[in-house]
Design a protein around this ligand. Sequence first.
Ligand SMILES: Cc1cc2nc3c(=O)[nH]c(=O)nc-3n(C[C@H](O)[C@H](O)[C@H](O)COP(=O)(O)OP(=O)(O)OC[C@H]3O[C@@H](n4cnc5c(N)ncnc54)[C@H](O)[C@@H]3O)c2cc1C
Length: 360
Amino acid sequence: MPERYDLAVVGAGVVGLGHAAAAMQRGLKVVVIDRATAIVGSTVRNFGHIGTSAHVGEAREYAERARELWKRYAPRAGFWLREPGTLVVARNEDERAVLAEAGEGTLLSGEDVMHRSPVRGAVGGAFLAGDVQVDPREAAPALAGYLARRGVEFRWRTTALGVEPGALHTSRGEIAADAIVFAVNFDVDHLFPEIAEEHGIVRCGLDMMLADGLGLGTPVLTGSSMLRYSTFAGTDAAAALRARFAAEDPEVLARDVNQMYTERPDGTLLVGDTHHRDVTVAPFQDEAAFDLLGRLARELFGRGLRIRQRWQGVYASAPQDFLRAAPLDGVRVVSVTTGIGMTTGLGLAESVVTELFAPG
Ligand SMILES: Cc1cc2nc3c(=O)[nH]c(=O)nc-3n(C[C@H](O)[C@H](O)[C@H](O)COP(=O)(O)OP(=O)(O)OC[C@H]3O[C@@H](n4cnc5c(N)ncnc54)[C@H](O)[C@@H]3O)c2cc1C
């Protein structure tokens, strides 16, 4: 008789690992498969910013739970986590108006902001105390190692090819499992094209850079971040901010920039990012996008960045924040579809496991 699992998870990114961790906590027998040889998806390509305060509604609920889970797993799995909060910098009155209307965190004067961070031209800001940070290149691999030590089985270089209730078909044979979760990020359309189309899922490609650090300490968000995250984007004042970008710096909107920065434990600076959406993301990154990120950093910090690496990140993008679909009995398709999976993924995954296996 082939071995039978309580849960089989496809995808070893933060969303898949979140399912595996929640199931392991219940004492379930879990297998995780991934077509890659290691964790190489969105989960290692991001800022590592667990930006709980920047979200409202369902995203906020998952984010608050996810923050607790990150804090629980960091000492157990042995990865770096700190609670520096987030500094949101306002460099125009319209940005200050967004922060005031949002009412999230502690409002700061421009001087306070420039005292806390090596930024220039601040007229105000907000400090979001609840936000957490991990090193994206280290956290998920360490979590996977911890889960493996606790009995979760990992099968790398194993691709999911199809599914039926109770059976996952893979490139290395069949896996029998009572529940099967697909946490494959944007590749939902490979196995479930109808679900992807119904939910409007496409790919979002992002340009990112790693630079020498500036001694930030606290992650920095800016005006363009206010147009993106629901706590700020939902304000009336955000319309005036958007109109100013359209008039004064339209490239920021054209490339859908989220100008933000986090520093890793080795002091290097993660710099991003731009966004372009399509069913297939073009593999050719446009140097003009990196020039724009460089120019924005010079304007904010008053100095150029020394760039060490550039890369493309890709995540699933759709009008709603989350995809939770149940195509078959005991089968779930789960994806974070607005680029907030580090913040929310562990909380979302736990709630899916609770739904599959009843409250535990
Ligand atoms: C540049 C960038 C910056 C970001 N910044 C942040 C941030 O600061 N904060 C935040 O909250 N979020 C951020 N995000 C979003 C976050 O990284 C993602 O939402 C999250 O990592 C998605 O996790 P995942 O597990 O769904 O996907 P992934 O990490 O991509 O994992 C999916 C896995 O599925 C596997 N897979 C796919 N198909 C198959 C198959 N058929 N068989 C087997 N395996 C398969 C892949 O190999 C992959 O390992 C950012 C994303 C990017 C790209």
